[in-house]
Ligand binder design. Sequence first.
Ligand code: PXG
Length: 445
Amino acid sequence: MNAQLHPVPANDELDAFWMPYTANRQFKANPRLLARAEGMHYWTPDGRQVLDGVAGLWCVNAGHGRREITEAVTKQLSTMDFAPSFQMGHPIAFELANRLAAISPPGLDRVFFTNSGSESVDTALKMAIAYHRARGAGQKTRLIGREKGYHGVGFGGMSVGGIVNNRKIFGSSMLPGVDHLPHTLNIEHNAYSRGLPAWGAHLANELERLIGLHDASTIAAVIVEPISGSAGVILPPVGYLKRLREICDKNDILLIFDEVITGFGRIGKPFASLAFDVTPDLMASAKGLTNGAMPMGAVFAHRKIYDAVMQAPEGSIELFHGYTYSAHPASCAAALATLDIYTKEGLLTRAAAMSSQWENAVHSLRGLPHVVDIRNCGLIGAVELEPRAGKPGARAFEIFLKCFERGVMVRQTGDTIAMSPPLIIDAKQIAQLVDTLGSVIRETA
Ligand code: PXG
């Protein structure tokens, strides 16, 4: 098996690849390489098996190496490798949009294709502004994000995002006219909540304060992640998202959900919006759309937004926006095959059936040294650790490294260990994941 793998680069061959969101020099001094994947596992180049506790990067929801996806992509590439979607079309793009519209939240049945979560977010922000302008409210351009939010790395997503390290270097290049709601992480009130925390719905009322400051007539949209992943798994307090929805409705402000990690079954419904019973006006997605096998994102727009923008003069392009690879045929093929798998195997709802077992497993880590909070929802779990004095993130990073050495891949952000396994995970694998993490936490000073 290993003989077929790509040769492993020597340590002095690692310099050319400027790695994303990576401590490059630290990594290159001690690289962690993955060479093969199947089902719930990765294998390192030397053949060590690693349980995937994070679905790659929150994207491989149906598990690795799904032959149906490989075959669909191969067939599509050999039939038609590329076709433009600017003033031209190809059949499976329409088929995919229809299939997605059939599982989307009510009314969000117009689908725009991108290549990533970042592109989906920037597309959704532009659609919000275009919508208001098309209705004669061109002064509604302000965007409201949230502290600790992550919406990718485009200038739009970065500006509405709220993670300081992503923002501080680029401060003077941010979009103007952006403000932020407070985040909803509150360990003092909500530590060890099982599922959504009870305290904090009132934090949504801060939107009214921002409306009081800027006036609703200047605000286009509010964007939030129903559950934020990158900042360390932050859950919406019970009632919070509904309250945001009410305030947006009252003030003619669009509500955008960034479902890049929550989409495609992660919390037991096709989308978090369906699980939480709050319908946004625009929804950004990516990741699980193709099971991570091909880069692709999709923005779901409410029909009212599409219809408003379509009022442009006959024959003119209604929205001056798009990517060369929007609806790339091979990505469409991957997404269709992925949806087939999700449907056939019930994966868009499996997290609901697994969630109490998952919750119990993750919360069994309560009481271990330095653990200060545990959070969970669907098949997402997070263990928050007390930071080492003067060294934020160091303890969690060490735990991530040790887990990897012991055959389990988790994700570290700050002092949080996050887990979001493929939705096919079984009871034994949940035990292995949580038990390995538990022993490592116990041994880490
Ligand atoms: N929005 C959200 C909510 C995301 O989580 C993006 C947008 C950007 O997607 P792209 O495809 O442009 O990367 C993301 C990405 C983590 C982690 O560990 C999360 C993401 C990426 C890398 C790591 O939580 N999410």
